[in-house]
Ligand binder design. Structure first.
Ligand code: NAP
Length: 248
């Protein structure tokens, strides 16, 4: 029987790579996206070409009602969830903390923290043996920014990812005896469109010389770690965070 996976922000970048690698590993995939339906459709087509079922689900993870509707669609159209990749996340323009508006901070924390926590809550409600579920795995996308702080870039983003690290540890221990493993991946500088959305389209290229491996990483290199954490090969691994940073 195929296992069913929900990837938030699955239409581009790291999330899209996770969807494709998950299909190759035998998962059926729900591809969540916020705005770009065509991009999500293309990822779903790739999943189907690999012989797996796929649906696309529009939902802003920062909106609880939309998250609830998204999980209901996965239940109805694919079946019992066995995995969640909490990948949807946003950055913002470079700024100092003393320049940040409350609206910016709310968007950042609502999307990156509350979005991941509410999606994890819904996954636990479905997968925990405490709720008659069959167990499963959750992988959260953190960032090396959680360790580095991102001064004069986006300290708010770094702090949101620090919260993800702590949430990963706490939730992992809370549900460890209920058949659910919870882990995180901390990517470094990865070549995706996220940098353009923060007003720095050349960021991955510009920062590559600062990386010990002297290059940016690819979405596929991050997805490989995510897929390992989702897999049975990681059956005794929970509450951990894997750096995928080229040594940064
Ligand atoms: P990306 O290329 O910007 O893609 C972001 C994805 O998230 C898109 O599919 C987007 O959908 C979706 N999304 C954005 N806001 C959303 C919302 N409110 N609700 C639902 N979906 C939403 O990002 P990425 O570089 O692949 O990053 C993925 C994750 O890795 C993020 O959590 C990020 O913080 C983390 N990360 C990335 C890097 C890096 O260097 N790239 C480094 C460290 C950590 P639409 O296109 O439809 O808007």
């Amino acid at each position: 029987m195929n296992r069913i996976l929900l990837v938030t922000g699955g239409s581009r970048g790291i999330g899209a790579a996770c969807c494709r690698q998950a299909a190759a590993a035998g998962w059926d995939v729900a591809v969540n996206y916020a705005r770009d339906a065509a991009a999500a459709d293309a990822v779903a087509a790739d999943v189907r070409a690999l012989g797996r079922r796929a649906i696309t689900v529009q939902a802003d993870v920062a909106d609880e009602a939309q998250v609830l509707a998204m999980f209901a669609r996965v239940d109805a159209e694919l079946g019992p969830l066995a995995g969640l990749v909490n990948n949807a996340g946003v950055v913002d323009m470079p700024a100092r903390v003393d320049e940040m508006s409350l609206a910016r901070l709310k968007r950042m924390f609502d999307t990156n923290i509350l979005g991941s926590v509410v999606c994890a809550r819904e996954a636990v409600r479905r997968m925990s043996t405490r709720h008659r579920g069959r167990g499963g795995a959750i992988v959260n996308l953190s960032s090396a920014a959680a360790r580095l702080g991102s001064p004069a870039q986006y300290v708010d983003y770094a702090a949101s990812k620090g919260a993800i690290d702590t949430f990963t540890l706490g939730l992992a221990r809370e549900v460890a005896a209920e058949g659910i493993r919870v882990n995180a991946v901390r990517p470094g500088i990865i070549d995706t469109g996220i940098h353009a959305s923060g007003g720095q389209p050349e960021r991955a290229k510009d920062l590559a010389p600062q990386v010990p491996m002297k290059r940016a990483g690819s979405a596929d290199e991050v997805a490989a770690a995510v897929l390992w954490l989702l897999s049975d090969a990681a059956s005794y691994t929970t509450g951990t965070v894997i750096d995928v940073t080229g040594g940064r």
